[in-house]
Design a protein around this ligand. Structure first.
Ligand code: NDP
Length: 393
């Protein structure tokens, strides 16, 4: 039996992961974790006969304990309990907590030397070098779960990375893709929280509309595949059927196509290195009719270009970028700043941090990454407060 744990079990990726696990008879669930949705966490823990259920929040422990009374599932709460859950022996661990909170459990899971299926893109953006070093130290394997990165990973199987000329990540353009530019500033979280093709959590859906998500993915691709930033490009592809393209030095281009269903990328990571049948819709190109591509407009998606600034700076810039992006998103969701303010706020946080600290220094430890995160979040929140006070929202 494969021992599996799912971090962020109550989220969009977590639920899809458990849907696939439920269809197999070779998995034993060790730990499931969630945040505030303890009712769902308890349901999942019972259904999958998990050994342990952990909520990230201490104040949710009582509810989780009550919901799992008599089930035989052990319960725990808090950030340290998440790390301890990740230290439980497991062969395959899904890292699908949203945000920087996913970093520490992911690091802890690598010490098992098994497979870390990485949906939490913040891990590579904030601490790519450290994460890869930790995996190498323990002989662990990190597999990409972001659909674009899984697509690139599959296109690169059996290929020499040195022969890669270009790496193209596709983007749907998000829920505001067709809005007139002058209306964008007035977009609400509900407007930006609609995705044309993918069914995802609220935060990543809004990040898709701003393309902060794609900026994160560009940095993630650089970290995962070691591709030079100038070789990475993004194309808007409204149908979301081509997930990524890899161009080689002989002019060949390998594209990965499939229906927009995260269970493909998750299932690939679950079955890797084999392929096995998955319950995803099959691609019907005749029905699709056409595949469109165009370059993103920098005026519509100012967040995307920041990815190249972050990659040029290196060091701690990824952690600053992510923390500022999360703080900006919090402020937008709370109605304190406008949609278009988010990119300006993150850019300004990067500038201010670079003026006051050496943003290019390589973090020596996860603790240093988390300190950088806290510091950048504080700066970004102060800037958001200023914007909110000035009535820019
Ligand atoms: P969701 O918002 O749907 O789920 C997030 C999960 O993290 C939930 O289980 C949530 O618990 C938990 N969580 C929230 N806050 C905390 C915290 N502070 N500490 C511990 N756990 C917490 O997110 P998604 O599933 O959409 O995304 C998860 C990750 O995967 C993100 O990094 C995202 O960028 C990435 N990703 C997502 C894709 C998608 O299709 N959704 C595609 C590719 C990557 P609760 O709900 O109980 O509060």
């Amino acid at each position: 039996m494969r021992r599996v744990s799912v971090f962020g079990a109550t989220g969009s990726v977590g639920e899809s992961t458990l849907d696939l696990i439920a269809r197999r008879d070779d998995c034993r669930v060790v730990a499931l974790t969630g945040g505030r949705n303890v009712v769902r966490l308890a349901e999942l823990a019972r259904a999958h006969r998990a050994e342990l259920a952990v909520t990230a929040h201490d104040d949710c422990l009582g509810d989780l304990r009550a919901a799992l009374a008599g089930s035989g599932v052990a319960v725990a709460a808090g950030a340290q309990a998440l790390v301890e859950a990740a230290a439980r022996p497991a062969d395959w661990v899904m890292s699908a907590i949203v945000g920087a909170a996913g970093l520490a459990p992911g690091f802890a899971a690598l010490a098992q030397g098994g497979v870390l299926a990485l949906a939490n893109k913040e891990s590579l953006v904030c601490a790519g070098a450290l994460l890869k070093a930790e995996a190498a130290r323990h002989g662990a394997t990190i597999l990409p779960v972001d659909s674009e990165h899984s697509a690139v990973f599959q296109a690169l199987t059996g290929e020499d990375i040195a022969a890669v000329e270009t790496l193209t990540l596709t983007a749907s353009g998000g829920g505001l893709r067709d809005w007139p530019l002058d209306r964008l500033a007035r977009a609400t979280p509900a407007d930006a929280g609609q995705h044309p093709n993918w069914d995802m959590g609220q935060r990543i859906t809004i990040d898709s509309a701003s393309m902060f998500n794609k900026a994160m993915e560009v940095i993630e691709a650089r970290e995962f595949f070691g591709i030079a930033p100038e070789r990475i490009e993004v194309l808007i592809h409204p149908q979301s059927l081509v997930h990524a393209l890899v161009g080689f030095s002989d002019g060949a281009v390998m594209a990965h196509l499939g229906a927009p269903d995260m269970r493909h990328a998750i299932g690939y990571a679950l079955n890797w290195p084999a392929r096995a049948p998955l319950p995803v819709a099959r691609l019907d190109l005749v029905q699709a009719g056409r595949l469109d591509f165009h370059a993103p407009d920098p005026a519509r998606y100012p967040a995307l270009g920041l990815a190249w600034d972050v990659m040029a700076a290196g060091g701690c810039a990824g952690a600053v970028f992510n923390a500022a992006k999360e703080a900006a998103l919090d402020a937008f969701i709370a109605g304190r700043i406008g949609f278009a303010d988010m990119a300006r706020l993150v850019e300004r946080t990067l500038e201010v941090t670079a003026q006051e600290t050496d943003i290019t220094r390589d973090p020596a430890s996860l603790a240093e990454v988390l300190e950088t995160d806290t510091d950048a979040r504080r700066r970004a929140t102060a800037l958001a407060d200023g914007l909110a006070r000035s009535g820019a929202a």
